[in-house]
Design a protein around this ligand. Sequence first.
Ligand code: ATP
Ligand code: MG
Length: 383
Amino acid sequence: MRLTAGWLTRPATQAVCTALSAGGSKAYFVGGCVRNTIINAGVSDIDIATDARPEQVIEFAQSAGLKAIPTGIDHGTVTLVSGGIPHEVTTFRRDVKTDGRHAVVSFSTDIAEDAARRDFTMNALYATPEGTLIDPMNGLPDLQDRRVRFIGDAISRIREDYLRSLRYFRFHAWYGDPGNGMDSDALAAIAQEVDGLGRISRERIGAELLKLLAAPDPAASVAAMRATGVLAQVLPGANDTALGPLIYCEDQANTAPDAIRRLSALGGNHAGDALRLSRAQSARLTTLADNIGSTCDAAELGYRLGYDLAKDVMLLRSAVMGNPWASATDEQLKIGSKADFPVSAKDLMPEFSGPDLGRKLAELEGRWIASGFVATRSDLLAS
Ligand code: ATP
Ligand code: MG
């Protein structure tokens, strides 16, 4: 098979391959860029595998005038920036020692060894700079059948790195065939090794879970996470009953997937902290949780939270209540989010001051909202 893709032939990317081959080394595209090109999915980052050792990669890059950043040099990764685009170049390696979290690696010149240390057959696909596919683990049929399969024995591979259990669900959500079901051996291995996830940092778990939840339809993966005990392990207290309905509502409302909105549907105890989310992500989760059960209608939410956040709340409400998405909701959200309260503190001073001023403003605002945002400044001040 010969791959064709814009990223593959673009000069900036070819320049990286040329730099490595000018030094006498081999360069192969690998991982997501190859996998996604075959199935016509978008390619975001370019990973390159090489038999050159990391210090040689740096030397060859510099000779070719490319910027080299030793991003993960201990594990053999150097980022080469070409035409402003980062390319992650990693030396062929095998993992000599693993403890479920970190690996001690040894560099290799053998592509088959490099393939064997990767997680899933569909992630061990390589392509030459000309686009010729190299498939040491026979991953192509799995990819074409949309089957996520561990390379080697699932239990041993999970024990090397427990994050792979979560990666399994992530890749299934993105690339698995929802009609196929998941491999029962893999699920049994994940269930058996579920405690090991406790050894993985909350940041890594959080990042992985957000990638999973951003998939078009992660409901089947999350259901399998629940069934294997993974969901309770990574997010105690979570419940996935509203997730399927939420995805259905998103679809009806023509709204793009959003990992935080979906995470909110799962609930869970202090998710922001359990998953070490950013301050902004945690704040958004809190706002969503606080408003799902409130009595504010769509227009008021739109006014108070802005369109996007208010829409999230309304989608979550529909999902939790088991209601379909009503298209009129969108109009209400728009009206509220565009509304501007016509009264300011100045209008009430000096008659009101201190806490009285705040109370009076809130009262007038309440009246204005109740009027459907139509009461004017003079209506309100006269009232
Ligand atoms: P994406 O489109 O998300 O970038 P990707 O397949 O490129 O998908 P990365 O996380 O960028 O995923 O990893 C690049 C490659 O490195 C994977 O395709 C896989 O071959 C290998 N890899 C990454 N993480 C692991 C891991 N924990 N265990 C084994 N192999 C891994
Ligand atoms: Mg990648």
